[in-house]
Design a protein around this ligand. Structure first.
Ligand SMILES: Nc1ncnc2c1ncn2[C@@H]1O[C@H](COP(=O)(O)OP(=O)(O)O)[C@@H](O)[C@H]1O
Ligand SMILES: [Mg+2]
Length: 260
């Protein structure tokens, strides 16, 4: 059986799809057979983030309608043991029933080490469908008060499901603001939300809209790789976004960033 993990959030736009795609690359880069599922039915953000849009002849809805075999709706990201099942493009989200989605995930479970489900924004039907098919949840938030407040609502909802574990990724953390005490500390967010931190991901210009680099040394990818290590080994290593902003060079970087 694979570990099935839903990547969710309260507020939209905090980085769920980006984190799902990057975690997928990070796990696959460690040799872990990983399948990404786009739970955001009707949109195709995940295939766009992976640079795999328009490559699929079939999608999740076709599998459910019996129009193709499961293997025909799964694409491999070249060079990685990383796979994606694109979301259903031609149907409305409500047409994908929770029970059918759960059965599909259960069927896929035997073939992968990890299944990551990119959850749709909000806490409507699509949220329930994705969470009820999962064993673990990762809640993504940014350090902004409005995002943390919405994350709080989501963790409260999640605690009503029979999940084996809930953890947090604080995304878009700015080291310069942390050093100056002008943003919430990730550890404080974890304390407020009452769940452990799986990752701290810095704000990184290299994570440009809709594009996930497949390699390289971006600070966000390095941080997400640490989070993948935590998933696999529970070693608890967290990225420190303040490192770049300490010491004399750090003070100059911080000043430049403030004036940018
Ligand atoms: N760590 C980061 N640093 C900089 N930009 C980021 C980071 N994470 C996400 N983004 C950007 O934020 C926007 C929203 O991210 P996305 O993953 O689509 O959010 P969601 O799936 O939660 O709606 C995208 O433009 C993405 O490139
Ligand atoms: Mg998204």
């Amino acid at each position: 059986m694979s570990n099935t993990v839903v990547i969710t959030s309260g507020k939209g736009g905090v980085g769920k799809t980006t984190i799902t795609a990057c975690l997928g690359f990070a796990l696959a880069g460690r040799g872990v057979n990983t399948l990404l599922i786009d739970g955001d039915v009707g949109l195709n953000n995940l295939d766009v983030a992976l640079g795999m849009e328009n490559r699929a002849a079939y999608d999740m809805a076709d599998v459910m309608a019996g129009k193709c075999r499961v293997s025909q709706a799964i694409l491999q990201v070249p060079g990685y043991p990383l796979y994606i099942m694109p979301s259903a493009h031609a149907v409305y989200s409500e047409q994908i029933k929770t029970g059918d989605f759960r059965s599909l995930i259960a069927r896929l479970g035997g073939s992968f080490d990890y299944i990551l489900i990119d959850c749709p924004a909000g806490i409507e039907g699509g949220f329930h469908r994705a969470v009820s098919a999962s064993e673990y949840a990762i809640v993504v938030t940014t350090p902004h008060i409005s995002a943390v407040r919405d994350a709080d609502k989501v963790v409260t909802l999640l605690s009503g499901y029979n999940l084996k574990g809930i953890s947090l990724i604080v995304n878009r953390v700015r080291g310069d603001l942390l050093v100056r005490g002008e943003t919430l500390e990730p550890k404080e967010i974890s304390r407020l939300l009452r769940y452990p931190l799986l990752g701290i991901v810095p704000d990184d210009d290299e994570i440009s809209a809709g594009c996930v680099p497949g390699g390289g040394e971006s600070s966000a990818l390095c941080a997400i790789d640490m989070a993948a290590g935590n998933m696999l080994t529970g070693d608890g290593r967290l990225y420190d976004p303040t490192l770049r902003y300490r010491g004399i060079l750090g003070a100059i970087r911080s000043r430049l960033k403030r004036n940018a």
